[in-house]
Write a protein that binds this ligand. Sequence first.
Ligand SMILES: Cc1nn(C)cc1-c1nc2c(-c3cnn(Cc4ccccc4)c3)c(Cl)cnc2[nH]1
Length: 287
Amino acid sequence: VDQPLTPKQFHLGMFEIGRPLGKGKFGRVYLARERTSNFICALKVLYKSELQHGSGVEKQVRREIEIQSNLRHPNILKLYGHFHDSKRIFLILEFAGKGELYKHLRKENRFPEWKAAQYIAQMASALRYLHRKHVIHRDIKPENILMGIHGEIKISDFGWSVHAPNNRRATLCGTLDYLPPEMIKSGSKDNWYNEKVDLWSLGVLTYEFLVGEAPFEDTPIMTQKRIARADMQIPEWVSKEAKDLIKKLLVLDPEKRLPLEDVQTHPWIIKHCVKGERAANRERGSK
Ligand SMILES: Cc1nn(C)cc1-c1nc2c(-c3cnn(Cc4ccccc4)c3)c(Cl)cnc2[nH]1
């Protein structure tokens, strides 16, 4: 499909800026329309002054641009291009029509199993695509997932992703809930650049979609202790198939976590994702 946003050089005058869509730790995102093609997109604006020179954040933005502009997958938010002026850096991103997934999760408290399974199947498909390109996301959590107009999910915010193998040090901030044990424990960091870290986070995400809170949610100290021991309880009302998948992803040994191709063929995923449309709608109608 020919992308209207393919000129080599972009500049701010090409866009009509709309309402603010949200803000992150660094920068804000605005709805925008490219004037000649009327193409709707999301413009992420970062102030250079906020990205201290030579700091990790500047490298993170560079990495986000380098990695995300080469990705093309229905469940990964597209980065069409970027440009900058004297004070700001602009990322031209795909507009996700239904916004941030975590807001939907908080509003609904938790997702029904059929919806959670479809989201996890889409995440597994996107992660398989990333891992085939030796990209590790390393920051899978509801806050970094957006929703398209048809309810499909889109992984965004590649600021923490890396090309494996990689010898960069990373400073961690934000929630600990999604960190795998190998990133919590001190000692060898090469496990940080093993794509198995995304499998652990996928397990945490599955749990949070179904239960409405993260499995190791606690005080920061207790969260670290519970992660290091994979100490979590799955409520008895969660189906046995869903419990089985969570337990096969939240495994301390990275090498023993269920591979993505087995996630996609897991009975819980098959049960909710490959039924005929009619049967699935009938089931959903009864929810
Ligand atoms: C909000 C919202 N409501 N609806 C109906 C659609 C949206 C929507 N938001 C987006 C957004 C969007 C907005 N905020 N954020 C979080 C953020 C902001 C700044 C730096 C880092 C992270 C992402 C994007 Cl990128 C891309 N598409 C988006 N679509």
